[in-house]
Design a protein around this ligand. Structure first.
Ligand SMILES: NC(=O)C1=CN([C@@H]2O[C@H](COP(=O)(O)OP(=O)(O)OC[C@H]3O[C@@H](n4cnc5c(N)ncnc54)[C@H](OP(=O)(O)O)[C@@H]3O)[C@@H](O)[C@H]2O)C=CC1
Ligand SMILES: Nc1nc(=O)c2c([nH]1)NC[C@@H]1CN(c3ccc(C(=O)N[C@@H](CCC(=O)O)C(=O)O)cc3)C=[N+]21
Length: 300
C-alpha cells in the first residue's frame, strides 16, 4: 500500500470542534441555540442509523435536535404541513428530510417546500441555482465534506483534472459544481460514459459516487491521484458470521490504494464528514437567520 489515507473520521472531529466552539459563542454572546429538525418517513434501517447518529452529534455540539419520525403511509399533505410548521418555527434553523422518500411522495415537491434559508441539505432549487451561478447558498453536505478534504490535502485545486463518477442531484452534480468553482477541469461520468476506465485514469482527483460496491479498480486510477470514495454499500460478509454484512465504498480500496497518492476509506471517510458538514450548515443557517457573521472555516 502506497497511498496516504485521508482520515475523514478525524477530520470530521475537528470540524465538529469548530462548530461546537462557535455554537458556544452564539449562546454566550446572543443567547441563541441553533436547532436542526430531521424528518424521517418510514422505517428504512440504514436511514434510521444516520438519523440516530445525526441526532446524537447535533446534541454533542450544543445544538437542539428535533426528530420527526413519520409512518411510511404518511400522506404528502401531512408531510407538507409538518414542513410548513418547521419553516415557521424560529427555534428551527435547519430542516433535513431524509431521502429517499417512500414512492408515493413527490421528492422534488417536498424538498422545494422547505424554506431555502433552512435547507441545510442544499437540495432546494434556489440553492442549486445559487451554487451554479457562484452566489452564496447552502452547499450540499457530502460534496462540501469532500471539498474540505481535497482542499486540506492539496491546498489549491486550480488546474487539476477532476472526474466525478455519478450525476445525482445530491452528490455528483453539486460535487462537479464545487470542483469547477475551485478551477478544476471537470468531467462528469455516468452509466452511459464510453470507456469509463480511461476517463477515470485521466483524473488527478477522482470522486466516486455510483452506488456500485468496489466498482472502481486500481488500474482505473492514475498513479498518484487523489481518490474520494463517496459510496456506502452494505455487502454480505460471511467471514464475519452467518447473515453478517460489511460496509464498502464504490472503489476497490485494496487495489486503488496501491496506485493512488491519497484515498478516503469506507467507513471513516466521506460519511463522517457529511454529518459534520450538516452541523456546519445548521450553524451557518442560524448565523444568517440572525444577521450575524458567517462562521469561520466552515463554508465552501
Ligand atoms: N457518504 C455519504 O455521506 C453519502 C453516500 N452516498 C452513497 O454514494 C453513492 C451514490 O449515491 P447517489 O448519488 O445518491 O446515487 P444515485 O443512485 O442517485 O446515482 C448514482 C449515479 O451513478 C451512476 N452509475 C450507476 N451505475 C454506473 C456504472 N456502472 N458506471 C458508471 N456510472 C454509474 C448513475 O448513472 P446514470 O445517471 O446514468 O443512471 C448515477 O448518476 C451510494 O453508494 C450512496 O449510498 C450518498 C449520499 C451521501
Ligand atoms: N436528505 C438527505 N441528506 C443526506 O445527506 C443523506 C440522505 N438524505 N439519505 C442518505 C444519504 C447517506 N448519507 C450518509 C451520511 C453519513 C454516513 C456515515 O456516517 N457513514 C459512516 C458509517 C455508518 C455506518 O457504519 O453505518 C462512515 O462512512 O464511516 C453514511 C451515509 C447521508 N445521506
Amino acid at each position: 500500500m502506497s497511498a496516504t489515507i485521508i482520515d475523514g473520521k478525524a477530520f470530521a472531529a475537528t470540524v465538529r470542534e469548530k462548530v461546537a466552539a462557535q455554537v458556544a459563542k452564539l449562546k454566550e454572546d446572543h443567547g441563541i441555540t441553533p436547532g436542526l429538525a430531521v424528518v424521517l418517513v418510514g422505517e428504512d434501517p440504514a436511514s434510521e442509523v444516520y438519523v440516530r447518529n445525526k441526532g446524537k452529534q447535533t446534541v454533542e455540539v450544543g445544538m437542539n435536535s428535533y426528530e420527526h419520525k413519520l409512518d411510511a403511509a404518511t400522506s404528502e399533505a401531512e408531510l407538507l404541513a409538518l414542513i410548513a410548521k418547521l419553516n415557521a418555527d424560529p427555534a428551527v434553523h435547519g430542516i433535513l428530510v431524509q431521502l429517499p422518500l417512500p414512492k408515493h411522495l413527490n421528492e422534488d415537491l417536498v424538498i422545494n417546500s422547505i424554506d431555502p434559508a433552512k435547507d441545510v441539505d442544499g437540495f432546494h432549487i434556489s440553492n442549486v441555482g445559487l451554487l451554479a451561478t457562484g452566489q452564496k447558498s447552502m452547499v450540499p453536505c457530502t460534496p462540501l465534506g469532500c471539498l474540505m478534504m481535497l482542499r486540506d490535502h492539496h491546498g489549491s485545486l486550480s488546474g487539476l483534472n477532476a472526474v466525478v463518477v455519478g450525476r445525482s442531484n445530491i452528490v455528483g452534480k453539486p460535487m462537479a459544481q464545487l470542483l469547477l468553482r475551485d478551477s478544476c477541469t471537470v468531467t462528469v461520468a455516468h452509466s452511459r460514459t464510453k470507456d469509463i476506465e480511461s476517463v477515470c485514469r485521466s483524473a488527478d482527483i477522482l470522486v466516486a459516487a455510483v452506488g456500485r460496491p468496489e466498482m472502481i479498480k486500481g488500474d482505473w486510477v492514475k498513479p498518484g491521484a487523489t481518490v474520494i470514495d463517496v459510496g456506502i454499500n452494505r455487502i454480505p460478509a460471511p467471514e464475519k458470521g452467518e447473515g453478517k454484512n460489511r460496509l464498502v465504498g464504490d472503489v476497490d480500496f485494496a487495489s486503488a490504494a496501491q496506485v493512488a497518492g491519497a484515498i478516503t476509506p469506507v467507513p471513516g471517510g466521506v460519511g463522517p464528514m457529511t454529518i459534520a458538514c450538516l452541523l456546519a450548515n445548521t450553524l451557518t443557517a442560524c448565523a444568517r437567520a440572525n444577521g450575524l457573521a458567517e462562521p469561520e472555516g466552515l463554508t465552501a
